[in-house]
Write a protein that binds this ligand. Structure first.
Ligand code: AMP
Length: 605
């Protein structure tokens, strides 16, 4: 297998280093089939003796054909009993011969709690390799980025310990706290305006404040700005909208707000913050203008692009980013998950709708479950068979697939839940558009709420109406990102036996809102309570007959009257307008739902 070059050549020659990394990428994509077979062989031979493979009858056999014939395709629920054993302290080799170093907590949920993905120490190296490819690619399109800084808003989240003592935390928290990030050798491409201490501060206000302050102080040095997801970057801009007067005070005087109490953060910020009345005045003038259109290039005038993921559910934020960025390019560089890092975008300046990720063949062993297209009829929508799985190099242009991975950390033929569409090829390696995540109805930030979960929560909440002889007849939902932060909206149509809406106290509807929030998964509640990236859930009661109007609209636009079902989630602007035009009253959740770090059955560390 081709060896990945170390991230920096000894002589610190960046052009040379970029060249080597791109050659490596050329090599592995040209030999994608070979590389994939070697990856599978390596994973299976290292783990030949592990319980999971033996249980499924692989019996030390590491060959490709046997694996394809024998191993089942699984979802999280299938492996959850084994995951729970590891979480409870079983240190035997269940999935992997190497020790499980920690769990990565995915934003996907199972039974309302985050999924736990086992990982091993060496995976950090693989993640680092993917990061090291990003700037050599970018450099081909926008040279000289090494001459300035990146203003990235990066955050860690709280971690918990499983009953067996393993850490459970999000993949980026694990990465930022690792020496790969903290002790990275000087590299102009990872030269950020935020000192490590501000990124590694768990208090989200202090972290955001100090990162924004450092970004403003170094405004002319900034050549690129970003966050991981679009929602995070918009949150930073909204933070600035609210806090610019006090940020300007600090810049004018060279003193740091007393709200920043973390000593390490204070020390690191004070190395950057110097009294600069001229800069403070400039920022004040820009921020007090009525319009914030183009605020990013106005405050950071040398910015070349905004580096954020805007594919998938994040595409809802594109108009807002274009407004703040004055149409600066929105660059989606990578596609990754807690299970495995997958790929990079080789054409970073393309439009968001054209983004295609080239899967990196060394990251894991990739297979693809064909997704039946609607026009292929019921014949094709039969349940999948494991023989249907297609290898990385055999996917077909224009076809859609669900991604299935086998990883070095011990996931075997695991369904990630993402639907991808083949957009082209880089040598032999396919490039994919991200189509969607299966079963996600609502999402504002990293939350992913599916229809079943929403339905159960709504049913539970609607029981509050029963004492008033009222019942919920129809509902739908909408992820409203026009507010800051965004929030879930539920449209409810209610039938009343002897009463009407005015006889139901406001507090009853507020209880309904809170019950829904309490019933939603822990990622939603964490976004509400800890990250404050989602605001209170809203119920909008609509006039009777609204859902009939919705059906009329759908039928006028071609839906079949026999098959029509009210959508449980709406995104289409005319439908939302129709619903909003018939709202009679609206109610918000009066307080935060309950949330604690870790799974509810663990005590948090
Ligand atoms: P997590 O398990 O919380 O790490 O989330 C990983 C998931 O986030 C992936 O499986 C995708 O559904 C989504 N995701 C990650 N990167 C991208 C991307 N570039 N575009 C769209 N969705 C993404």
């Amino acid at each position: 297998m081709p060896e990945a070059p170390s991230t920096l050549s000894d002589d610190g020659n960046f052009d040379d280093n970029n060249k080597k990394l791109l050659e490596f990428f050329e090599d592995i994509t040209s030999n994608a089939d070979d590389v994939q077979k070697k990856v599978l062989n390596e994973i299976l031979s290292r783990n030949a003796g592990v319980e999971y493979l033996i249980r499924h009858g692989l019996n030390g056999n590491t060959d490709y054909d046997n694996f394809k014939k024998i191993m089942p395709v699984v979802s999280y629920e299938d492996i959850k009993p084994d995951i729970d054993r590891i979480a409870d302290g079983d240190r035997s080799s269940i999935f992997c011969s190497q020790p499980i170093s920690e769990f990565l907590t995915s934003s996907g949920t199972s039974g309302g709690e985050r999924k736990l993905m086992p990982t091993v120490e060496e995976e950090l190296g693989r993640r680092s390799l993917l990061y090291s490819l990003l700037m050599p690619v970018m450099d081909q399109f926008i040279p000289d980025l090494q001459k300035g800084k990146g203003m990235y808003f990066l955050f860690i989240k709280s971690e918990a310990k499983t009953p067996g003592g393993l850490l459970a935390r999000p993949v980026l928290t694990s990465y930022y706290k690792s020496s790969y990030f903290k002790k990275r050798p000087y590299d102009p491409y990872t030269n950020y305006t935020s000192p490590n201490e501000t990124i590694l501060c768990l208090d989200s206000y202090q972290s955001m404040y100090s990162q924004m302050l450092c970004g403003l102080c170094q405004n002319t040095e900034v050549l690129r700005v970003g966050a991981v997801f679009a929602s995070g970057f918009i949150r930073a801009i909204r933070f600035l909208e609210k806090h610019w007067p006090i940020l300007c005070h600090d810049i004018r005087t060279g003193t740091l707000s007393s709200q920043i109490t973390d000593p390490l953060v204070r020390e690191s910020v004070m190395k950057i913050l110097k009294p600069n009345p001229k800069l403070a005045e400039f920022i004040e003038i820009e921020c007090s203008k009525e319009s914030w259109k183009g605020i990013i290039p106005r405050l950071w005038p040398n910015t070349k692009y905004v580096d954020v993921i805007v594919t998938g559910t994040m595409s809802q934020y594109i108009p807002t980013l274009n407004y703040y960025g004055n149409d600066l390019p929105l660059v989606c560089t990578m596609y990754a998950s807690s299970e495995c890092y997958f790929g990079i975008n080789l054409n970073p300046l393309c439009k968001p709708c054209e983004v295609a990720y080239t899967l990196i063949p060394t990251m894991g062993f990739f297979e693809f479950l064909p997704v039946a297209r609607e026009d292929e009829g019921p014949e094709k929508s039969k349940p999948y068979d494991k023989n249907d799985l297609v290898d990385l190099v055999d996917v077909k242009l224009g076809h859609e697939y669900e991604l299935v991975v086998t990883t070095y950390a011990g996931l075997y033929r695991y369904r990630v839940g993402d639907i991808l569409k083949v957009a082209g090829f880089k040598n032999k390696a396919p490039q994919f558009h991200f189509v969607c995540r299966k079963n996600v109805a609502l999402s504002i930030d990293s939350d992913k709420t599916d229809e079943v979960e929403l339905h159960d929560a709504v049913l539970k909440a609607s029981t509050h109406l029963l004492p008033f002889e009222a019942s919920l007849t129809e509902y739908t939902s909408y992820a409203d990102t026009s507010t800051s932060p965004g929030h879930y909206v539920l449209y409810w149509e209610i039938s009343y036996k002897n009463s009407d809406e005015t006889l139901i106290p406001t507090s009853v509807f507020e209880d309904c809102c809170l019950t829904i929030e309490e019933s939603l998964n822990s990622v939603y509640r964490q976004c509400r309570v800890s990250d404050k990236s989602i605001s209170s859930l809203e119920i909008k009661v609509v006039e009777n007959g609204t859902f009939d109007k919705l059906m009329d609209y759908a039928i006028c636009n071609g839906a079949s009257i026999n098959q029509y079902k009210a959508p449980r989630c709406v995104k289409y602007a005319p439908i939302i307008e129709l619903l909003n035009s018939r709202v009679v009253s609206s109610y918000f959740s009066p307080k935060y739902p309950k949330w604690v770090p870790g799974h509810k059955q663990w005590s948090s560390s």
